[in-house]
Design a binder for this molecule. Structure first.
Ligand SMILES: Cc1cc2nc3c(=O)[nH]c(=O)nc-3n(C[C@H](O)[C@H](O)[C@H](O)COP(=O)(O)OP(=O)(O)OC[C@H]3O[C@@H](n4cnc5c(N)ncnc54)[C@H](O)[C@@H]3O)c2cc1C
Length: 326
């Protein structure tokens, strides 16, 4: 019987999509192991958020509502989650392996003295033994892992769970945790927040993504992609090479170490299709690739391929679509 604690956070008024997925996964795990599901809500933790966590399956929700936690701050989030984990006496800490989760999983496992496992998509309970399932070799295979320590921190791969269904008739307990912020643990602080037009984009929620890679040759090419994305009602994404070059902010990175996306349409422009990039688009419904190299691996994943220079294809496509759509 496992006792599961799930890290949840709010995004605007409701629970973040990652928190909903983690709750869905946790509820499934609890049913299979006769376990219990509790949640911890950090940051701006409203009663509505706690009730939503209950509707998504938690029987108990710990809320930590401190103004200093309203902005994500890694040391304070680790410390507050550790505090609640100890209080709850859970053995499993589940969280979405999104941008925040990628920052937190290793740190939390070290602090707790737990095993850590990331990118988990499923679990098995055959023979009474719990194993965690996660994709390996750039999603070409799945591995099943057991952990060696009594406690485990599990990062759930984004977009790997079906849509969670809330049940507003569910009831549960809400516990407000009196957490005093230990400022001595804070070793980093937000000095300045630079807001660019692209920094608010949440690729995980986009239904159409026009992504650019090193093949664009510089930041200017992204303006063409932006025009096309706007016309389609979509958003711009990028490969790690384009982000590392500083052409676009890193929140636009798609892939194993960036966002895992599930759009209806993914247009990959000047992206070779490295396995780490493809790991971020396994759930994309239709992939269109535009690349000068007919041997580029992206064409193996693409439903539709255009072997050509993007400088000729993108403006022509944009003009054509303007005539049809505007
Ligand atoms: C641990 C690890 C994690 C990683 N995580 C990620 C990740 O999350 N996301 C990610 O993207 N990468 C990731 N990478 C990097 C990855 O391995 C690749 O290096 C990267 O994806 C390459 O980016 P790219 O396709 O833009 O560039 P390239 O591989 O250089 O490809 C550029 C492509 O543009 C094409 N091209 C050139 N000119 C034009 C033109 N005018 N018109 C059209 N096409 C053109 C070329 O034919 C080529 O195929 C990771 C690597 C490691 C080791």
């Amino acid at each position: 019987m496992s006792k599961i604690l799930i890290f949840t956070n709010q995004q605007e008024e409701s629970l973040s999509p990652g928190a909903q997925e983690a709750l869905a996964f946790g509820s499934r795990l609890a049913s299979a192991t006769a376990g219990s599901v509790e949640a911890v809500l950090v940051g701006p933790a409203t009663e509505a958020g706690a009730k939503e966590a209950i509707a998504f399956g938690a029987s108990k929700v710990y809320t930590i509502n401190n103004p200093l936690l309203s902005e994500y701050q890694v040391e304070l989030y680790v410390d507050s989650l550790f505090t609640v984990f100890q209080q709850s006496d859970a053995d499993t800490l589940l969280l979405s392996f999104d941008r925040m989760g990628k920052d937190l999983v290793g740190r939390l496992a070290t602090r707790i003295g737990a095993s850590a496992i990331t990118e988990v998509t499923d679990f098995r309970t055959e023979g009474g033994k719990l194993t965690w399932v996660r994709p390996i070799y750039g999603d070409k295979a799945y591995g099943e892992y057991s952990t060696t320590r009594p406690k485990v921190v599990v990062g759930i791969r984004q977009k790997s769970q079906g849509p969670a269904v809330p049940d507003s008739t569910r009831t549960g307990e809400i516990i407000s945790v009196d957490y005093s912020v230990p400022l001595e643990v804070v070793i980093t602080k937000l000095v300045v927040k630079i807001q660019s037009a692209l920094s608010d984009i949440r690729l995980e929620d986009a239904t159409i993504i026009v992504s650019g890679g090193r093949g664009l040759g510089g930041p200017e090419g992204f303006q063409d992609l932006q025009s096309l994305a706007e016309l389609l009602g979509g958003t711009v994404g990028a490969s790690r090479a384009a982000c590392d070059a500083g052409w676009v902010p890193s929140n636009l990175q798609v892939g194993q170490t960036g966002a895992v996306v599930a759009p209806d349409l993914y247009i990959a422009v000047g992206i070779s299709g490295a396995s780490q990039h493809l790991a971020g688009i396994t759930s994309a419904k239709t992939v269109v690739a535009i690349n000068t190299d007919s041997e580029a691996p992206i064409f193996k994943r693409a439903n539709l391929g255009v072997i050509a220079d993007y400088k000729t294809v993108i403006p022509a496509l944009t003009e054509k679509l303007k005539k049809v759509l505007v």
